[in-house]
Ligand binder design. Structure first.
Ligand code: AMP
Length: 132
């Protein structure tokens, strides 16, 4: 059965997309730890990041870097934190989270529940800065 993220790639379920290439996709996390929390994923469905081919893993990191540069232009923060957990969704995803201190990377914190309108507006603003 395809992962929920493969369904997003295939357009079967909606997402607030930030950037897309032939191999990778970035979209806003639906329950963010902070405003601008974005997931960068490979289109090839692989559960565990360290099972990825080296070139695909390097490509994902380079893609995440471009996405992070766009996020930080829109969301005020000290920097973009990066983390890989993967305990919930078995499809490799890199969390990119605007942070100001170490507590902002605490995945045990309650998540936010922004409206679809807020997510759409934010995604549109970040998209404008991607790869510029
Ligand atoms: P984890 O697998 O523990 O790294 O967490 C999976 C992440 O995916 C969580 O932060 C969820 O909020 C996020 N997530 C799950 N479903 C969706 C979705 N349909 N759209 C965007 N983000 C999602």
């Amino acid at each position: 059965m395809p992962s929920i993220f493969t369904k997003i790639i295939q357009g079967e379920i909606p997402a607030h997309k930030i950037a897309e290439t032939e191999d990778f996709l970035a979209f806003l996390d639906i329950n963010p730890l902070a405003k601008g929390h974005t997931l960068a994923i490979p289109k090839k469905e692989i559960d565990y990041i360290f099972d990825m081919e080296d070139d695909q893993l390097a490509g994902l990191m380079a893609f995440a870097k471009q996405v992070a540069k766009a996020i930080e232009k829109v969301v005020p923060c000290e920097r973009i934190g990066i983390s890989v957990i993967g305990l919930e969704v078995p499809h490799t995803h890199v969390h990119l989270i605007p942070i100001n201190d170490i507590g902002d990377m605490n995945f045990s914190k309650p998540k936010l529940s922004p409206s679809m309108e807020e997510l759409a507006e934010l995604a549109g603003a970040i998209r404008k800065h991607y790869a510029k």
